[in-house]
Design a protein around this ligand. Structure first.
Ligand SMILES: Nc1ncnc2c1ncn2[C@@H]1O[C@H](COP(=O)(O)OP(=O)(O)OP(=O)(O)O)[C@@H](O)[C@H]1O
Ligand SMILES: [Mg+2]
Length: 206
């Protein structure tokens, strides 16, 4: 059943915690609920005006790297039952592509991103905020494995970025949002039980 005002669920947590994995599991466990994923990563600022060398020096782990005003505007529209034209971000070039994707206000919108609970203008539209809590060491290992095997990065490069920006920005801006969550999911292991409970809650509220 489609409703005009969707249930918005924020899924926050540090990089490599398992947000995207959890979002997919929630969708699988609630197959009869019409869901849409709102991925914050598409809202990184367009750096087309910078030369490629300077783009590599931007701190992508700081909340200002995202266009939070536009995120809040689009979340407000979706919460109001309106569709939006989502931008598409090209990670390789750090630019916004010309591709625009129309997102419909489905029954449930899953807001996936490290800063999903960061902005009060976004939070006020969320029915429920989830924080995926995983120890720094486990998150670092997951990120290292992913970036080396899937993104062609060197071990040294991943370590350098982790120490320079990922860890300090996480401690300063991401970790404190745990206290703003309604549900904390411990995801060092696959904690299926919690995800099943969340899926049941979603099915009862749609
Ligand atoms: N409970 C788990 N145990 C082991 N590995 C996991 C678990 N959950 C996720 N992973 C793996 O860890 C990696 C990171 O997971 P995922 O991409 O879901 O994290 P994320 O929070 O979305 O990260 P990012 O913020 O960088 O997008 C993936 O390779 C995923 O398969
Ligand atoms: Mg992810």
């Amino acid at each position: 059943m489609e409703t005009s005002t969707p249930v918005l669920i924020g899924v926050a947590g540090g990089s490599g915690s398992g947000k995207t994995t959890i979002v997919k599991k929630i969708q699988e466990l609630a197959p009869h609920v019409a869901t849409e994923v709102f991925h914050l990563d598409h809202y990184y600022r367009d750096l087309a005006h910078l030369d490629p060398e300077s783009r590599d020096h931007v701190n992508f782990d700081h909340p200002d790297a995202l266009e939070m005003d536009l995120i809040a505007k689009h979340i407000a529209a979706l919460a109001n039952g309106e569709s939006i034209n989502r931008p598409t971000y090209e990670f390789a070039s750090h630019t916004r592509s010309s591709k625009v994707v129309e997102l419909q206000p489905k029954d449930v919108i899953l807001v996936d991103g490290i800063f999903a609970l960061y902005s009060p203008d976004v939070r006020k539209h969320l029915t429920c905020g989830i924080f995926v809590d995983v120890g720094d060491d486990v998150r670092f290992i997951r990120r290292l494995k992913r970036d080396v095997s899937e993104r062609g990065r060197s071990i040294d490069g991943v370590i350098k970025q982790y120490l320079a920006t990922v860890k300090p920005m996480h401690d300063q801006f991401v970790a404190p949002t745990k206290k703003l969550a309604d549900i904390v999911v411990y995801w060092d292991n696959y904690n299926e039980r919690t995800i099943e409970l969340i899926s049941k809650m979603i099915q009862q509220n749609t």
